[in-house]
Design a protein. Structure first.
Length: 201
C-alpha cells in the first residue's frame, strides 16, 4: 500500500454519481508516473479536487459526493397555533386540551359518580385558584382548581381511578407529570370546555 504522499487522484463531482476512469497521464509534480492513473471526470462542470490515493479515501469521498451532498430537509416542529379549547370525554374518562387542532395535553380523569354526575354541555372557564377549598364538602382541599360552572371544577386529586368517582367535579392526577398543574398553568379564563359522552360502566 502506498503512503499518503505517494500519489493523488483527480476526482470530479457529478449530480447523481461519480465515475472512475483510467488515465495514463501522470499528475503534474509526480515523480512516479505509474501511480497517478485513476481519475474521475465530470462531463459538465469540470470541477476537480485532489485527494490522497488511498483506496478508502476515494471510496469515502465518492460516498460523500454522491449521497451526503443531498442534504436531508427536516421540518421544524410547528408551534401550537389557534384558539385553546378543552374536551372532557365522560365515556372514556379522558381530558384533552387543544390549541387549534394540535393536542397539547391528554390525561385520564374521574368525573361525577352515579347520583352526582358531571353535567354535559358547553362551558367557559371561570376563575382559577392554585389552592381552593370546597364550600360543600368540609373544606376539602382542591389544588389547581379551574372553574367550569358554578360548583363544578377541574382540580387535582390524589385518587383518580379510570371511572367516575367524584362528587361531580373532574379530577385530574397530581402524580407523575402532574397533569392537574399542567392543565392549570395552560388553561385561561374564558377557554371553551365541552363536556360530552356518558359513562357506560
Amino acid at each position: 500500500m502506498k503512503g499518503p504522499d505517494d500519489s493523488t487522484h483527480l476526482v470530479e463531482q457529478h449530480p447523481e454519481l461519480i465515475r472512475l476512469r483510467r488515465s495514463g497521464e501522470p499528475t503534474q509534480g509526480d515523480s512516479n508516473p505509474t501511480v497517478f492513473r485513476d481519475s474521475m471526470r465530470h462531463k459538465r462542470s469540470g470541477v476537480r479536487m485532489i485527494v490522497s490515493s488511498h483506496w478508502w479515501v476515494g471510496f469515502l469521498l465518492a460516498a460523500i459526493l454522491s449521497g451526503c451532498a443531498q442534504t436531508e430537509k427536516r421540518s421544524e416542529p410547528s408551534e401550537p397555533s389557534g384558539p385553546k379549547r378543552v374536551v372532557i370525554d365522560k365515556t372514556h374518562q379522558m381530558l384533552r386540551a387543544y390549541e387549534g387542532e394540535q393536542l397539547i395535553l391528554e390525561s385520564r380523569i374521574s368525573t361525577g359518580r352515579e347520583g352526582r354526575r358531571t353535567p354535559n354541555g358547553q362551558f367557559n372557564v371561570g376563575v382559577k385558584w392554585r389552592m381552593h377549598y370546597s364550600t360543600l364538602y368540609n373544606d376539602a382541599p382542591m389544588p389547581y382548581s379551574v372553574q367550569v360552572s358554578g360548583n363544578y371544577f377541574v382540580h387535582g386529586y390524589s385518587s383518580v381511578p379510570n371511572r367516575p368517582a367524584s362528587h361531580g367535579c373532574i379530577r385530574l392526577p397530581l402524580t407523575g407529570s402532574n397533569p392537574a398543574r399542567e392543565f392549570f398553568e395552560w388553561v385561561e379564563p374564558g377557554t371553551p370546555i365541552a363536556i360530552v359522552g356518558r359513562w357506560q360502566g
